[in-house]
Write a protein that binds this ligand. Structure first.
Ligand SMILES: [Zn+2]
Length: 129
């Protein structure tokens, strides 16, 4: 999709702070995180609505989310990783993975803008062996 910001990120036309990728999926830090380490997981193929995709793709996507959540939880020492799918902001499937420590933390009112340099430091922490 030409005007899709996530497709542009996948093509490298818009920079992102990458956490992980493989052939079909990409994960990067949200520039307006609700909490430190707030990650977006997206399929590289442009589809709009998560519940419209084929079963095998859906399962694969959720398994990628599970694996990523384990890494985020371990590296960022959060109690849990919350998962949210809305898709109104950008109509390219994306799963929000948000490190959380108590109830009601996944509130978009908690969003704050974070500088790229700061995001890179968080990425280093997540990627450190
Ligand atoms: Zn797209």
């Amino acid at each position: 999709m030409e005007d899709c910001i996530f497709c542009k990120i996948i093509k490298g036309e818009i920079p992102c702070v990458k956490i992980w990728e493989d052939e079909n999926y990409l994960a990067f830090l949200d520039v307006n995180p609700i909490n430190t380490g707030h990650t977006l997981l997206i399929p590289k193929q442009h589809d709009e609505y998560i519940f419209d995709i084929e079963d095998n793709k859906y399962c694969e996507l959720l398994l990628k989310a599970k694996n990523l959540a384990k890494i985020l939880k371990l590296k960022l020492q959060s109690k849990r990783i919350g998962m949210v799918v809305e898709g109104f902001g950008v109509s390219h499937i994306h799963i929000h993975l948000i490190p959380i420590n108590k109830m009601n933390e996944m509130d978009s009112k908690n969003k704050k803008s974070v500088e790229i340099e700061e995001l890179k430091k968080i990425a280093d922490k997540i990627l450190k062996k």
